[in-house]
Ligand binder design. Structure first.
Ligand SMILES: NC(=O)c1ccc[n+]([C@@H]2O[C@H](COP(=O)([O-])OP(=O)(O)OC[C@H]3O[C@@H](n4cnc5c(N)ncnc54)[C@H](O)[C@@H]3O)[C@@H](O)[C@H]2O)c1
Length: 253
């Protein structure tokens, strides 16, 4: 089991399925947390569970000032940042190229790409100050292969793979590790929204089609993704950097 005692972890998109599962698991393994999302306050039940070991900070990841404030909150609260999980993301709308709007493309890129770059820009200098750390970026199987009608999301998840590689090379000398986790379909709000968008009259049919594309014939759980994130965040993964780690039931094999 990856041990996180004494570490300070920042998680963006922490109200969501994978973000909240990651926060809970990291807390269970001993980390203190700075959590953020678009809401002014964190989910009441989650914040109650985490108690004094967690702080909440509203952060729209696409906004530079919000990222700066989130990092400052971590430094003011706990004095350092050892782990950053850049998890916030949106799926956008399905649509063929030529039919989907440029506004849809821009919105997805603003959160999924600009948001990760802005996070790295504020987190990496703070980690340099405190002797290093581990950054985990949420990419996707969509960062490794295409899907018709999903070009903006797929583009965004490929883009963060390139960003991760550059950040890993830049951070290596200062003991900053940077990796992506690439989940396949995971049972959260996001997949439910994608199913409804692909097949508005019968989301269950889209669900079945996705399941049939997965060798293990089921969606993953947010906890299964959180365990990979927690491993990469921990010292157990001390020689892992500049790489991507699938949690996808064999979908990219
Ligand atoms: N669920 C899946 O099947 C799946 C598969 C592969 C990758 N991912 C990726 O994992 C990450 C988490 O997804 P999830 O399944 O938990 O989805 P989710 O929708 O449950 O959670 C995403 C969270 O990001 C937040 N968010 C959206 N825009 C934001 C912004 N501008 N600033 C800050 N927060 C913002 C949302 O409010 C939400 O709480 C995403 O990056 C997603 O692309 C998910």
């Amino acid at each position: 089991m990856s041990e996180l005692t004494g570490k300070v972890a920042l998680v963006t998109g922490a109200s969501g399925g994978i973000g909240s599962a990651t926060a809970r698991l990291m807390h269970e393994r001993g980390a203190r947390l700075v959590l953020s999302d678009l809401q002014d306050e964190g989910p009441a039940e989650l914040m109650r569970e985490l108690g004094d070991d967690a702080r909440w900070c509203r952060c729209d990841v696409a906004q530079e000032a919000d990222n700066a404030a989130m990092v400052q909150c971590a430094l003011d609260s706990f004095g350092r940042i050892d782990i950053a999980v850049l998890n916030a993301g949106i799926e956008g709308r399905a649509g063929l190229i030529g039919e989907t709007s440029l506004e849809n493309f821009d919105r997805v890129m603003a959160v999924n790409v600009r948001g990760v770059f802005a996070g790295l820009s504020k987190v990496m200098p703070a980690m340099r100050q405190s002797g290093g750390g581990s950054i985990v970026i949420l990419s996707s199987t969509a960062g490794r292969k295409g899907t018709p009608t999903f070009a903006p999301y797929v583009t965004s998840k490929h883009a963060v793979m390139g960003m991760m590689k550059c950040a890993a090379l830049e951070g290596a000398a200062q003991n900053i590790r940077v990796n992506t986790v690439n989940p396949g379909p995971i049972d959260t709000r996001m997949m439910a929204a994608i199913e409804g968008d692909f097949s508005p009259d019968d989301p269950r049919a889209a669900h079945e089609a996705f399941v049939q594309s997965i060798p293990m014939r089921r969606y993953g759980t947010a906890d299964e993704v959180a365990r990979m994130i927690a491993f990469l965040a921990s010292d157990e993964a001390s020689y892992c950097t500049g790489n991507y780690y699938g949690v996808d039931g064999g979908q990219t094999s």
